[in-house]
Design a protein around this ligand. Sequence first.
Ligand SMILES: NC(=O)C1=CN([C@@H]2O[C@H](COP(=O)(O)OP(=O)(O)OC[C@H]3O[C@@H](n4cnc5c(N)ncnc54)[C@H](OP(=O)(O)O)[C@@H]3O)[C@@H](O)[C@H]2O)C=CC1
Ligand SMILES: O=CC(=O)O
Length: 440
Amino acid sequence: MELNKSDSGLLLPRRQTAVFSSHLSLCLFCFCWALFCTLSSTPNSETKNCCIQSRDHSPTYCPFVFFFCPVSGLQRCLRRGMKLALKPSYGKLLCPAPMAVITSQASTTFCPPVPARLRVRGWPFSFLPGGSPALAVPVRAFSASASASEFPERVGFLGMGIMGTPMAQNLIKAGCDVTVWNRTKSKCDPLTSLGAKFKPSPEEVAASCDVTFAMLADPESAVEVACGKLGAANGMGPGKGYVDVSTVDGATSKLIGERIKATGALFLEAPVSGSKKPAEDGQLIFLTAGDKALYGSVSSLLDIMGKSSFYLGDVGNGAAMKLVVNMIMGSMMASFSEGLLLSEKVGLDPNVLVEVVSHGAISAPMYKLKGPSMVQSQYPTAFPLKHQQKDMRLALGLAESVSQSTPVAAAANELYKVAKSHGLSDEDFSAVIEALKSKQ
Ligand SMILES: NC(=O)C1=CN([C@@H]2O[C@H](COP(=O)(O)OP(=O)(O)OC[C@H]3O[C@@H](n4cnc5c(N)ncnc54)[C@H](OP(=O)(O)O)[C@@H]3O)[C@@H](O)[C@H]2O)C=CC1
Ligand SMILES: O=CC(=O)O
């Protein structure tokens, strides 16, 4: 085919040049802005105690942060004296180097708040190393952008277990007005001592809040708390939202969603990936599906509790994604357990196996985290074994529903069942290794 010179020979390079120059101008602008911010700001009484820090607390200067500071509305958070944690993912997107401690150079005089609708998530990052986050997921790139004025006014939290407690704590620490409930009331005490309100039933929590989160053990408890006699649905209505972050199957999630939506409220399923420590550190991954409007209005809250979130469409997709992820995780842990025991039986040091694995392609944070304690037969509970077995069971049901063969997961599930029968339900799921020991 004959090529049109003006189309292929000239215009394309020109376009590239234009893109390059616009990026260059933007970078130049960022630099000037950063310089201006640094020179013109004088920490005042409102800001001098505030800082933004990455998790590694390394005091590296990053000009991009100064550029995004006014855009992100960070000022309003700073004015309220909040200490904001800039998450690693945010840092990576903004800056090629690990970063950053930014003392509050950003003064209120040059950082006027910008309305939320003008805050575009994603586009500014496309020219930075690593490309646009939008390519991978709708990453909440402006994690630090949530100012208190954008939070839903009153937030309810139902279920103060291993996960619910730190999640609610992070909301309280971020300045949200939180009301809690738990079946065992005493577990609410650490939250109320941090400033949370308490209501004696899920219904009353939902009635007194704009949005209510639920973090419950399993499908049965999730349904009971949402749809039972004093369930949250009784307190829901138009203008409210219910976000179920428990790990349940799609059918359960749909049932709860329908009950909630029948009241005129919105529903979002948002199971989380990440265990006790990520929950404490606000580093969870939300797998959401359902009402997109609710996803939008709770995004600032998800930002506080997590490092990223995925919106997956219709209710059921979040649950399915979570079950697939946990099915893989459960099989990985069972296989790792076999490897540890085999290495020991043939005279190798299982600690060295953990080290070897950590250097190669099958390296996983989970092995590094749990391996050393498994070698010592210690299983401090982060993710209870009974919940892992529940997830295997639900994942196998999901596979069955679409006739997908999952023999590895089925075998792993049997091991978790054996471990449960040995009284290990409330131990960490890494205690599944004990099921292999007792077989020998
Ligand atoms: N732990 C982890 O690492 C992770 C867990 N998950 C999932 O999150 C959910 C919660 O996990 P986690 O916090 O670890 O679990 P916990 O067992 O620590 O907490 C379970 C919560 O559910 C409540 N609950 C149980 N049964 C009922 C019931 N019948 N009626 C009312 N409330 C009930 C418990 O109340 P009470 O205190 O009264 O018993 C408690 O608040 C599970 O679905 C789990 O699979 C997801 C990611 C990670
Ligand atoms: O569901 C458990 C997790 O670690 O994720």
